[in-house]
Design a protein around this ligand. Structure first.
Ligand SMILES: Cc1ncc(C[n+]2csc(CCO)c2C)c(N)n1
Length: 231
């Protein structure tokens, strides 16, 4: 019988992740009916999210106890900066937005809260906290991509098909598997109270993921607009 920590985590997060598939933004992506302005909002916020997120992979390499783990984090860092963010740059160009414009997007409230939470728990803990922080992101997008790929017309959709294809791809499945394997290796032999702490990080990041879909669906803005160049 398998006794993997990720199986235990799955039992906790499955109801949360199932709710993503019913979220109007994710449903719109899979059904192809998503308003492009909402997608553009996601794209810009996700780009700056991924910049902060990449720091976690660098931190993972720095905190690793062995070369194999350092290498896995280096691969994840490269995968994010040069594969995943490339998808964003390609979509942005369809909207006439340059990579430089994407990069200077001001992070919104949810993006700031989510990335700050992950960076905080990762900085104050050991490598196990970094792995728990990054796990949901890589694994849940692959879960969503693979689910949406089974929806009729999702893969072939002229605009969103590329998104679904990428997150369902073998390359992204491998990145998610790398994160799951790291989590299982690191959790093995840890006392129950440590496992509970790691579980809490994975549940919290799963809730933040839901908030991130909501943020995009509602095109969230800060409550008060401060214009830097107002005179
Ligand atoms: C809010 C948000 N959560 C998760 C991902 C997906 N993601 C983040 S890192 C990674 C692994 C390799 O790049 C994947 C799949 C995203 N884009 N945005």
């Amino acid at each position: 019988m398998s006794n993997l920590f990720t199986d235990r985590l799955w039992k906790r997060v499955e109801p949360i992740w199932q709710s993503y598939l019913e979220h109007p933004f994710v449903k719109g992506l899979g059904e192809g009916s998503l308003d492009q302005e909402k997608f553009k909002h996601w794209l810009k916020q996700d780009y700056v999210y991924l910049i902060e997120y990449s720091r976690l992979f660098a931190l993972g390499s720095a905190k690793a106890h062995d070369l194999k783990t350092m290498r896995t984090f280096a691969k994840l860092l490269h995968g994010t900066l040069d594969m995943e963010m490339d998808l964003h740059r390609q979509y942005a160009s369809k909207f006439g937005i340059t990579a430089e414009e994407l990069e200077v997007t001001e992070a919104g409230a949810t993006t700031t809260a989510y990335t700050s939470y992950m960076l905080n728990v990762s900085q104050r803990g050991g490598i196990e906290n970094v792995v728990a922080s990054v796990l949901t992101c890589a694994w849940s997008y692959n879960f969503i991509g693979k689910e949406l790929a089974t929806w009729s017309g999702a893969l072939g959709h002229e605009f969103y098909g590329h998104w679904v294809k990428m997150y369902a791809s073998d390359e992204f499945t491998e990145l998610a598997e790398d994160c799951k394997n790291l989590m299982n290796e690191i959790a093995s032999g840890k006392p129950e109270r440590d496992l509970e702490e790691l579980e809490e990080i994975v549940v919290k990041t799963s809730l933040f993921e839901y908030m991130f879909w909501d943020m995009a669906e509602n095109k969230e803005e800060w409550p008060i607009q401060l214009s830097a160049d107002a005179t």
